[in-house]
Each structure stands twice: as C-alpha cells, then as structure tokens.
Design a protein around this ligand. Sequence first.
Ligand SMILES: Nc1ncnc2c1ncn2[C@@H]1O[C@H](COP(=O)(O)OP(=O)(O)OP(=O)(O)O)[C@@H](O)[C@H]1O
Length: 493
Amino acid sequence: MKHSVQPRSTILRENQEAMLSPNPSSARQKWLTPPPYRKNKPSKENAPPSDLNSSPAVTGMKIMKSPLPPRHPNSNPLKRKLSVESGCSEIGAVAAGSSDSGVKVIVRMRPPTKDEEEGEIVAQKVSNDSLSISGHSFTYDSIADVQSTQLDIFQLVGAPLVENCLAGFNSSVFAYGQTGSGKTYTIWGPANALLDENLASDQQGLTPRIFQRLFERIEEEQVKHSDKQLAYQCRCSFLEIYNEQITDLLDPSQRNLQLREDVRTGVYVENLTEECVSTMKDVTKLLMKGLSNRRTGATSINAESSRSHSVFTCVVESHCKSMADGLSRLKTSRINLVDLAGSERQKLTGAAGERLKEAGNINRSLSQLGNLGLGNITIALIHLGILFSFWKFLLSWNLINILAEVSQTGKHRHIPYRDSKLTFLLQESLGGNAKLAMICAISPAQSCKSETLSTLRFAQRAKAIKNKAVVNEEMQDDVNILREVIRQLKANT
Ligand SMILES: Nc1ncnc2c1ncn2[C@@H]1O[C@H](COP(=O)(O)OP(=O)(O)OP(=O)(O)O)[C@@H](O)[C@H]1O
C-alpha cells in the first residue's frame, strides 16, 4: 500500500489546527479512525469518521510521505519534557526513567566460519562488558560472544528500545562492522526467518522481534490506560543509500531521492513511501519487500554482502486524553534501524571495478561517521588512488570523534553532518534528540584482526558521544503557542 501525500509540515499544521479547532469533531476526524489493529486505509477519503470515544486503536490517520523527525525541545516550543504527574505521561513510562544520554555500545562476535576455524581465534570475551584481542583489552556496555543468540541481542537492545519508544523517545540502532561480520544477520536476521511458518525461529533478527514486542506492548498499554482513549499509529519507511544515492526500498523505481530540511521539524527524504503498520504481518511484508530490493554483491569475505546502508524507520505516534485534566497529548517517537554497509579494506576483500567504486562510497560515508577531519588531504589521497585502506583507517573517525570531543569538553565545534547522506539523514541519532545503541559486529579470527581492531576503536569513540534524548510530547494546553506558530508559518508561506 503506497501513499502519495503532502509534506509533513503541511500535515502537522493541519493537525495542529484541527486539534485547536473550535469544532472538536474536525480534530477527531484527523486522529482516530479504524478499530483496533485493522490495516489502515490511510487516504482522507477512506478514513471513516470516528470519535475519541471509540475503542483504543492503532489508528489509521492520514498517511504521508516524508515525515519529519521531532526536534529537540529547545528549538521547538511545542515539545515539553515528560512530567510524571501529568495525566497521560505515565503511558509507556516503564523505561522513561532511563534518561541516560550516552550511546550504548554492544560488541557482537559472530562464530568463526569454517575457514577461520582452521586459523587462530584471537578475540575473546573476558567478562560481560570486556573483551581482549591479542593482548589489547576493550570495555563496552556489553559483549555478546559467539554463543550469544538473537534473543540475547533483543534483550540487550530491542526490549529497552521498545520501552523508550513508548515513553516518547526517539531510538536508533546502528550495526557497524567489517563486511561479513554479522550486521545483517543481527539487524534483520536471515530472510527465511521472516516467513510466516518461521516466525518463532531462533534466527529471527532484531527488527522483527522489536515489532512483535511493540505491538504486544501497545495492546497492553491500551488495556492498562483504557480510560485515556489511547490511540497509536505506526508508519514505516525503508530506504537504502548506495553510492551516495537514496533509493526507496518499498518502491525501488524511486531513485536518487533528495534530503530536505525543514527549519522547524528537521531532515526528511522527499517522496519516500510510508506505510502504516499495525500487525506483524504488515511489518514482515515490508521487510521482505525492502530486503529483496537491496543491492547485494559478493565480496571475497561475504557471498551476499550488503553494498548499501539500509535504514528502516518507524514513526510511532500516540494520542491520549486524560480524564484527570481533560487535556490531549500527542507523543511521537522515531525508531531507526540501520544496517550499515560493511567497512572493508579493498585489498583484503579483493574489490575491483564496481565493487571498488562502491567501497569508496561506503567508506566515505562510514568515514564521515567517524573521521579525523583530514578533509582535503585525504581527498587528494583518494584521487591519487593511494592507500585506500590507510585512508579508510585514518578517515574512520571524523564525526564520531568530533561528537565525542564535544561531549567530553563541552566545546562548540562545527559538526559536518552534511558531508554524507548517511550522517545528514541520521543527524538526530548522532549527538541529537535520540537514544542510540551501536552494535559493533566483529569476527574472532586472526585473519580479520586489523579490521576488528579498527571496529573496536571506532566503538570506543562512539561510546563517548552524548545524545540529548527527550520525550517528544505535545500538549493541547500549548494552544496559544501553537496558534502563534501557525500564524507565523502562514505568514511565512
Ligand atoms: N551470530 C551469528 N550466528 C550465526 N551465523 C552468523 C552470525 N553472524 C553472522 N552469521 C553468518 O555470517 C554470514 C555473514 O553475515 P552478514 O551477512 O550478517 O554480515 P554483514 O556484516 O552484514 O556483511 P556485509 O557488510 O558484507 O553485508 C552470513 O551467512 C550470516 O548468516
């Protein structure tokens, strides 16, 4: 189901106006439509009129392209922090206390391949949060060793993400690591584990597990808060960034989509397809469609290597009305699940031709995620074709390094988000209004040692970043502010 729709800013304005409308029924029509967990029919025409007294539901509001992420409340007068006393704020608040702002870093070691088993195994888990590799020790939030299961990863990363999401926090998971280290396996799981008959499979990846839990928890929250007319809507999109071009994985004819920035609401992808989901079936359908449209190719390390970054995004909105104070509240949170293309050294992976060009682009965006800011010098090196792998190593620190430095010293610095599509699109997740978990995937084998060390150092720098996640909540009592904002927006258009 694809929806061709107007820009998010227009919708927001309409919704805000509707919520503020002196005629409450117009606001209701914008917000509540189908019965619980019915697949959404999102067009305006299809939306049956309903009212706030209808049963709790995952709602089928209007669908839109290009949703914009909620911004930090300092830059947006419409947002306020969670107040535990407020009428609806305890909804999904199990994890709301987790106001920790550090990036959670998990290192996952995949089992050695047959070839690797014949060589030396150099990486070893030492404790729950540390590992050693050839005498070097590293400490992170958690180490998942070769025995770790998909369920373990869900419990470490997925379960807290769902609670944070219901509490109104933006939440992102990035999988980073060398080609063939297990990023795709971790984030999506094997494709056959998405089939209906395998839904209970041990192999199921983090994303389907997250949505399974999310829908269960939504149902629980609606039962628990049945007096608050609690309604949810989940809208998903799926894109890939390949050679610095954005393709819509739910409609691959849409290539080279553009990133836009809205002053008030942030970065969005123009014309990206969004679909409403309310069941696991909806989600698996989107995942299977999107994953089958990704670019893959063989490297010497991974026969089915993802050659692009894939980003699955779900915007979860909840609307409730408190009986205690009669106020309506809207919480929005954005989940980003990101499978980064493999970091790789061309010599090791035997890259040539198209693969080499891809690798250059992959490395450029990953580099941007964490390089040293060597900008021009390094670009000159690239143009000369000199020491591709050395370049990658040097450049693999910029954004992460700058963010880590800003977090540690409190100094102001220009953060070069715009230097790659990946960092521009995901800037909220990197040092902004989001909780971020980074899963760094490694192989324990001697043959991967230098890539593994590079990944582990990247992970150390990532750990130092401080994000500023806040609950994204709008309240109806902000009516005067909203009216003023609408007036200003209208005046500016
Ligand atoms: N924890 C694990 N347990 C069992 N098999 C795994 C595990 N991690 C990875 N694998 C297997 O290793 C192979 C490579 O994994 P995967 O495709 O996830 O790597 P990747 O990091 O996504 O690589 P690329 O960046 O090249 O896409 C796959 O066959 C996958 O099934």
